[in-house]
Design a protein around this ligand. Structure first.
Ligand SMILES: Nc1ncnc2c1ncn2[C@@H]1O[C@H](COP(=O)(O)OP(=O)(O)OP(=O)(O)O)[C@@H](O)[C@H]1O
Length: 448
């Protein structure tokens, strides 16, 4: 099979062999993408899609301008439509330049695709790119699905992102360029061994090739096997998940924990992803699974991250968004009372002081003008309330008597007047008063 025949097959597989279709060709002027463009131009006119060449001048290297100028001339001579974009220096970030450049590039490709009603964007990623990425991911660790590598085709913007050269090695692309006299630019930064990818390209891949020259094919083969396995796993998980959830999507603990142990984590992870639309790493998931499986008599909760928490109650687990948290008051912080307004003072308590009795249970209370301004604050050592008969009780003693667990005592708030006297230990006891100039109603709502 000649290189052109091989390429023809690949485009046929991507369903792009039609002059009725337009494709955007991402050309950097390096050997890979100049070969891609050349190959596309060799297709018979009856099958060749309409080509739109897209190039980004990143303004990162001295030769950037020469590359853009060359491509402009080439496209003119070849009667090819070219769309150029400049990523101007002022838009370059201080750090993360590669990722920012990539984002600019793909956004530009998406725009060109849209403007030309193109079916696909074609890039010139090849088999060596695959292997280098594979080795980098092996070294860095992460989700095993990442090892399946770059997809030959995937949905992108309003169409597809297609990589027709994935089965070509860099050596094959260079040979083709030499034979067909394809002019291209060599990126000088490719020599920079400070960059991980370049070290892998120059040192690791050649060394592994001496172990077996079929390295590229073997990695591609592993990637194919892995993709098949993961697809089978995903199918199985979908079936199992449907058996362990309620109609509202909550996880049924009894059903789920009787699944074979090796499926519990996978089912839990997929369930959580569907509920939260977020991905959690396996190291984070394992403790969650153990929490879910543990026998727990009462309702319990577990915080997943800043936005989600798990609630387990009556044999089901639900993932729920965390309600906006109320800032916890520091020991000497106070909140001024807003008369006739509900005020959320802790994550579970909303309080109010009203001049008219509210619709919820409330305590009538006498105030005098000198009580104002009233404040909510955490209780402090020395705080005490007035008792019937003229005596006092410290808040500390009150909480002990009411058997408030030590770890919850610090969260108790009190209502104090301008003199700092405690009028109400919220949720526990009111100070005793028989007279005043104003009657108000103290009310508390509990929310979970
Ligand atoms: N400046 C550019 N203008 C147009 N297309 C480009 C440009 N740079 C790269 N491309 C396209 O992207 C392909 C991959 O390029 P390269 O390997 O440099 O990018 P990468 O950042 O490693 O990969 P990716 O773009 O997938 O993240 C090239 O073969 C080419 O098709």
């Amino acid at each position: 099979m000649t290189p052109i025949q091989k390429f023809h097959r690949q485009l046929a597989a991507a369903k792009l062999l039609s002059p009725q279709q337009t494709v955007v060709v991402a050309v950097s002027t390096g050997v890979d993408s100049m070969v891609l463009l050349h190959l596309l131009q060799q297709l018979p006119m009856t099958e060749r899609p309409q080509l739109v060449v897209a190039h980004v001048n990143h303004h990162l290297r001295d030769q950037s301008q020469a590359e853009a100028d060359y491509l402009r001339r080439y496209c003119q001579q070849q009667h090819l439509k070219l769309v150029l974009a400049d990523w101007v220096t002022a838009e370059h970030p201080q750090s993360g330049i590669e990722a920012a450049g990539r984002q600019f590039r793909y956004q530009f490709f998406a725009n060109v695709m849209h403007d030309n009603q193109a079916a696909a964007v074609l890039t010139a990623h090849h088999a060596n790119d695959q292997v280098e990425t594979y080795i980098m991911k092996l070294a860095r660790g992460g989700d095993i699905a990442q090892l399946t590598g770059i997809a030959a085709s995937r949905p992108f913007a309003t169409g597809q992102l297609v990589r027709p050269l994935l089965t070509w090695s860099k050596a094959q692309l260079r040979d083709y360029a030499t034979e067909q006299h394809v002019v291209y630019f060599e990126d000088v930064t490719n020599q920079d061994v400070q960059l991980t990818r370049n070290r892998i390209r120059q040192r690791v891949v050649p060394e592994l090739m001496t172990v077996n020259p079929q390295l590229l094919n073997h990695v591609a083969d592993y990637q194919q096997q892995l993709a098949t396995l993961l697809a089978a796993k995903a199918q199985m998980v979908t079936v199992l998940l449907s058996q362990v959830i309620t109609s509202t999507g909550a996880l049924l603990v009894s059903q789920w924990s009787t699944l074979p142990s090796q499926w519990q984590l996978a089912v839990f992870s997929t369930w959580l992803e569907k509920q939260t639309h977020q991905l959690f790493t396996e190291s984070k998931l394992q403790p969650l699974v153990s929490w879910g499986q543990r026998q727990q008599p009462a309702a319990s909760r577990l915080t997943l991250n800043a936005t989600w928490e798990l609630h387990r109650n009556a044999g089901i687990i639900e993932a729920l968004p965390i309600k906006k948290r109320v800032k916890k008051l520091m020991p000497h912080e106070k909140i001024m009372v807003d008369l006739n307004q509900w005020q959320k003072i802790t994550t579970t308590q909303t309080v109010g002081i009203f001049t008219q009795a509210p619709n919820v249970t409330s305590q009538p209370f006498w105030l005098t003008t000198t009580d104002w301004p009233l404040m909510w604050r955490p209780w402090q050592a020395g705080d005490r309330i007035a008792l019937k008969g003229g005596g006092h009780q410290t808040v500390r003693r009150l909480l002990i008597n009411q058997k408030v667990p030590v770890e919850l005592r610090g969260q108790v708030l009190v209502l104090v007047n301008a003199q700092g006297n405690v009028l109400w230990v919220v949720g526990h006891k009111f100070s005793y008063r028989t007279a005043g100039t104003q009657t108000v109603f103290l009310a508390l709502k509990h929310e979970s």
